[in-house]
Ligand binder design. Structure first.
Ligand code: ZN
Ligand code: ZN
Length: 96
């Protein structure tokens, strides 16, 4: 787990590494939306790992460290994807 700026939540959020993400997702079942109880165990596992009480499953789905890029050289916010050519925050190009 690592705290990282999330551009979707617009704040520092606990992000899961790949192993933790897999662990949490193993509680989410096979993706039947609206199955509240299944999401509850997923959210409980997210809380166990991060110590952060999250109530929205959609938030947990995008809190995966490997989905984000390196910190922007200009503003320090993580790039929105590892392949980003442009910083989504300050719109400066990413030097290659
Ligand atoms: Zn987020
Ligand atoms: Zn930037």
């Amino acid at each position: 787990m690592q705290m990282l700026w999330c551009w979707r939540c617009k704040s520092e959020m606990p992000m899961l590494d790949d192993d933790e993400y897999r662990q949490v997702m193993s509680y989410s079942g096979t993706g039947h939306d609206g199955d509240k109880r299944r999401f509850e165990s997923m959210l409980a596992e997210y809380e166990r790992i991060t110590g952060f009480r999250e109530t929205n499953p959609n938030v947990v789905f995008h809190h995966r460290l490997s989905a984000y890029g390196k910190p922007c050289l200009y503003c320090g916010k993580p790039l929105r994807t590892p392949q980003a050519k442009l910083c989504g925050n300050c719109m400066k190009p990413v030097p290659s």
